[in-house]
Design a protein around this ligand. Sequence first.
Ligand SMILES: [Zn+2]
Length: 262
Amino acid sequence: MCPNDTHPASGAADAVDSAKPGPPPAAALIEDLVVANHILFDQGVVDAFGHISVRHDKRPDRFLLARNMAPGRVASEDIIEFSLDGDPVNAAGRRVYLERFIHGEIYRKRSDVMAVVHSHSHSVVPLTVVKGVRLRAIFHMAGFVGQGAPVFEIREAGGDATDLLISSNHLGRALADHFVDHDIVLMRGHGSTVVGGSIRQAVYRAVYAELNARYQLQAMQLGGEVTFLSEGESRACVQNVEGQVQRPWDLWVEQARARRNG
Ligand SMILES: [Zn+2]
């Protein structure tokens, strides 16, 4: 690890604004990001932990992410702009997520990625720890999972005494390297990270990754041989089913709003 990789702001409370904010992002983008936080909580993908970011619509070298807080409580004034190094530019002393490096390094690695969801969703975690068993597309809503999601082993990049968190640029880069041919990467003993070309697509994938994991665990318990989607089926499902991400989004927005107001 080179000295620059040891990020001075690895503590949540001491991230210092590093540059000037870019032009203000579209209000609709902020609104979508706030709603996405609420949906992910409402759908059980995140709890008090986990986060979603979006690439800045006017500065592709910046991204937007809430301050350090539970996603279900995020409001528009909690959204902070970051450089791809994970440095805030308008935190003004507010605490930031320890794992913001996940987001910046993936945006740096994949120019097509517009949104990133990181979670510890319950059914995915068991599939990060058993050698020889990989999360794999089991139904048509989760074709993006493909023929086996890679598992990021933090010991390879950080040794065997980390807290499992992606708390530096060095670890963020090591994780981002796994996204070259994949849109979901599992993280051993921790959770997963999912990317999309929009907030809606990333949220859709995060919700259905959790469902895919649950169905896979249930199918494996039945004891017979599990038939997964083929490579061709996975591809066709991504092309056809994911064109409809607006439909669940509209439903989830309404559900999350009703439960917040209820
Ligand atoms: Zn995490």
